[in-house]
Design a protein around this ligand. Structure first.
Ligand code: GDP
Length: 577
């Protein structure tokens, strides 16, 4: 199924001063209503009547179909003069409805045009505005990327600001026609890295910067393919700013420190600035949380090079900044699919990683009629015993019909089970358990081995690795982690651990709302054991919680309509529709 749902912008029909529509405006208004109704009906047919609650506004309890909301959003952005064309990709559309560029050589990156063939079809609409923004960005990156004369000039300005041709007043600033850059530096686990990189990319799109990937060690080599055609996103090794991976809250060039000294936003911006958005960024007086305010954005606007270090999915924070609001609404008529689209645009596993994914999938998962992913992550700050967590997983999986219940020991079914080898199973279900630890996989596997599924399904349970601990500084470790993120994203249903960025990335790429194993309460499994997530969007764990106008603490879960507190981590915020 695939459909462009293009709608002409609703006519700007005038109202009389008394507030009544003038007669000449009645027909266009009726026409707009009729078009809307027809489009809503079309979407109902296309999407099926999946009734979902709308969280459009505080206390709003109206219920509309997911498809209808898309149309309504598109129409309302059309009324603001936007290009409201939205699209659901065709099944087997290798370019994902215009998300991906066709300008790549297929064999250089086998996963790019193939990964979606292994996933459930995405029903998340893509706006033509996002697709054209991506194409424009690709041109900019080709023009400004490493190896171009524009890049050389920009680095020369950085090495020796005074030798540039700009006026005295403006010695270090990039002239308006020159390229400006955002250098992203990895930090923390792979899930955190992928989320902060996606956020950085959206910031680059919004500000016309070129995103460059700083790879200080070996650990991220041969992990991802290049995302932009005809160029590279890897920062050259001779880049003059050194030690960026060690930057922190005290780095002199940080946005917070510069603003604290009364610098920034003046006529002569520095050649580069550092933005510190690691989880500790909200501490201290002068803080980089001003990044999410107009003052911070004014200070950064004309700086040629911005260096960013973050372990956060800070993308929802960009929706708090008024100057980006309109552009974001055009890119994402459905706010809750931001990571889904940008993640599927950016992250294509290297051929090495894709080889692992394909071998595992072909050996263990391909023949199943249903694939269930279970991601088990434990955190020191949320302790729970292995038995309790195992009990929580099973009670969620059985209670929500994600996995079949097992036969009672000694039941007549159990005797019948002895002969089931000769019968066809009702359904073949493959359960992919993904965890650093082996115990959960072993217990679930033993449960079905010893007791069998009550309804006669054949349940097979697999775990690719159990690496014991996190070693994000090792390349092979990260390659295996990415392979498992990809395999999880092929699931038909997912059960994930609360607050895990590893889990966020997998179900975000899949476009699935996961069942979330909620965090333990006083070391025990909570009741209910899990909840169907309200959104596929990841949670921004450390939002600024700052009121830019009042210049005091604030609650960013209440600042704008589409950003609300997360269900799995109450202090965090996430995008909702
Ligand atoms: P988070 O800590 O759950 O938010 O996720 P991150 O991905 O940021 O960090 C956890 C890291 O631990 C991962 O990147 C992997 O390196 C490792 N890890 C955690 N769980 C798994 C797993 O199930 N499989 C593999 N292969 N690695 C894992």
């Amino acid at each position: 199924m695939g459909a462009w749902v293009g709608m002409a912008a609703a006519p700007a029909h005038g109202k009389t001063k008394s507030g009544h529509s003038s007669s000449s405006a009645v027909r266009p208004a009726r026409l707009a209503v009729a078009v809307t109704v027809m489009a809503v009906l079309l979407m109902v047919v296309l999407f099926g009547a999946r009734w979902t609650p709308s969280s459009a506004g505080a206390g709003d309890t109206s219920w509309v179909t997911a498809g209808a909301r898309v149309v309504i959003n598109a129409v309302s952005s059309g009324q603001q003069g936007a290009d409201p064309v939205v699209k659901v990709a065709e099944v087997h559309d290798r370019l994902l409805g215009g998300l991906l560029s066709p300008d790549f050589n297929d064999s250089s990156c086998l996963s790019r045009y193939r990964a979606s063939l292994y996933r459930r079809q995405s029903f998340h609409v893509l706006s033509s505005h996002l697709a054209s923004t991506l194409r424009r960005y690709e041109s900019l990156h080709r023009l400004c990327g490493p190896g171009t004369s524009a890049y050389e000039r920009a680095v020369a300005r950085l090495r020796s600001p005074s030798s540039s041709n700009t006026s005295d007043d403006d010695a270090a600033a990039a002239p308006p026609s020159e390229c400006r850059y955002l250098v992203w530096t990895p930090h923390a686990g792979l899930g955190n890295r992928m989320l902060s990189l996606t956020s950085a990319f959206l910031y680059a799109l919004l500000t016309g910067r070129v995103l460059l990937f700083h790879r200080p060690g070996d650990d991220m080599r041969d992990l991802f393919c290049e995302p932009f055609p005809g160029t590279t996103w890897i920062l050259p090794e001779d880049f003059p700013i050194r030690g960026m991976e060690r930057f922190g809250i005290h780095t002199r060039e940080s946005l917070g420190n510069a603003l604290g000294r009364g610098e920034g936003g003046g006529r002569a911006p520095p050649p580069w600035m550092y933005v510190h958005l690691r989880h500790d960024y909200t501490r201290g007086g002068a803080s980089d949380r001003l990044f999410f305010c107009d003052d911070g954005q004014d200070a950064l606007r004309r700086v040629g090079w911005v260096v960013l270090l973050s372990d956060n999915y800070f993308l929802p924070g960009l929706f708090l900044i008024p100057r980006f609001e309109r552009e974001l609404s055009l890119m994402f008529p459905r706010r809750d699919a931001a990571f889904h689209h940008l993640g599927r645009y950016l992250f294509h596993p290297s051929n090495t990683v894709w080889g692992m994914v394909m071998r595992y999938h072909g050996s263990y998962l391909a023949r199943a009629e249903e694939r269930v992913g279970i991601q088990v992550r434990t955190f020191g700050w949320a302790p729970i015993s292995t038995d309790d967590l195992y009990g929580q997983i099973v009670s969620c999986a059985h209670g929500e019909n994600i996995l079949p219940r097992v036969r009672e020991p000694g039941s007549s079914n159990a005797t019948a089970a002895a002969t089931t080898g000769a019968r066809q199973p009702a359904t073949r279900k493959a359960v992919l358990v993904v965890s650093l630890h082996g115990e959960y996989y072993e217990k679930i596997r033993d449960l079905y081995y010893e007791r069998g599924a009550a309804g006669g399904d054949a349940v097979s349970v697999f775990q690719p690795t159990n690496l014991g601990g996190q070693h994000s500084e090792e390349r092979l470790h990260n390659q295996k982690a990415l392979a498992e993120i990809m395999l999880l994203s092929f699931s038909d249903a997912v059960l994930t651990s609360a607050a895990s960025t590893f889990g966020y990335v997998s179900h975000g790429l899949a476009g699935l709302r996961p069942w979330v194993l909620m965090s333990p309460v006083r070391r025990r499994a909570p009741n209910p054991p899990c909840r169907l997530a309200a959104t596929i969007e990841p949670c921004f764990h450390t939002p600024p919680h700052y009121d830019c106008q009042a210049k005091t603490k604030g609650d960013n879960g209440r600042t704008v309509r589409h950003v609300r507190h997360c269900e799995d981590l109450s202090d965090g915020v996430q995008l909702v529709e």
